[in-house]
Design a protein around this ligand. Sequence first.
Ligand SMILES: *Cc1c(COP(=O)(O)O)cnc(C)c1O
Length: 434
Amino acid sequence: MTIATGNARTPASSALYRRAERVLPGGVNSPVRAMRSIGRDPIFIASGSGARIQDVDGNSYIDWVCSWGPLILGHCNPQVLDAIMQAAAHGSSFGAPTEGEVALAEEIAQRMPSVEMVRMTSSGTEASMSAIRLARAVTGREKLLKFAGAYHGHVDGLLVQAGSGVATQGIPGSPGVTAAATATTITIPWNDPVALEEALAAHEFAAILFETVPANMGVVPAKAGLLAGLAAGARRNGALLVADEVITGFRVARGGGQELLELEPDLTIMGKIVGGGVPAAAYGGRAELMRRIAPAGDVYQAGTLSGNPLAVAAGLATLAQLDEAAYLRLGELTQRLAVGLREAAASAGRHLLVQSVTGLVTPFFTEAETIDDYGGAAACDQEAYGAFCRGLLERGVYPPASQFEAWFPSLAHTERDVELTVEAVAEVLKELPR
Ligand SMILES: *Cc1c(COP(=O)(O)O)cnc(C)c1O
């Protein structure tokens, strides 16, 4: 085996990791950062600029993670940076309304016709928790339908293990999550219209939650007809259709996955790009539904730092640069990366399944022709993916350290970045044991 653990080039990171492990569980503040699934120490980052990041040992990488989605313009975009500095100079938080929040809500509503009103939060988890509360209040129902392999933040009731059977009853996916919290969650496989019909026939749901383009089991788009069936099924059932666009919102199209896929959800959950790299998220929908939120209505939901001026400024400065031309360019770059990854695999005599939409790419280590659900994603060769990541990191390419995540091309990546990445990928694939 020619690919080492890869810690040799990162002694300062490893030293920081030892220090971090004493005061932070697992040495990190969010699990995937620990790089455990690829079998190496985490890399501590010192700085980023455009599509590059530098670690504390001085190594430079082409960054395909970009903070897991928010940085669609890359690191330290000059306009975003300027907006944050200006906002900070005026005061970082007031706990009182500011004009920026209104402008950001207007911008979101303009891009997503299904969203007439918006409530801002500080994380996607909070936004999805609050959207569920609203859906339950509006419908007077308790049950939720979600898809195996979909991630909607670490909300207790949504941390339900992927069920392989049809309409699996919720089993808590983490210690500390009560059976009561997940008892009202029904999980079915993605891209399974039969399971969907059965679940809709058997239960009255408050909400059907879905990612418009699932990207938390790798990129696994809906097959033809699934989303239309989902929308019609929700209507028949009396459930609210809740689109989780925390990743896809303002990434896959100007108006998110709902524009790309011609959907009109009742409620939409947003995050990541709306905060431009500063903590912010939101949920929104038709005014008639959103007016149930306090203080307009009786459904309580609040946040000390919600609509934070720095985050709002960063979000607005980010969205201001995302016009139709930007999405064309991002789509072209994504396509170039996807094709390049396939060609690199072919040149190494290896099968790699690459699934992508604008702004999202996943290379799956599988012999399968398509991955349509969590079961397919889970059957991929994760050990090979881990060795692949370690090899890329050695060569200055920083991929997501999990087979169950998307690569995030940004507008800061260039054709040359794609070319260098593809070269590194071809080299690593040739060295990988079979
Ligand atoms: C990241 C993510 C969330 C959770 O957002 P946080 O800000 O990490 O709480 C929810 N849904 C999807 C689809 C996500 O990718």
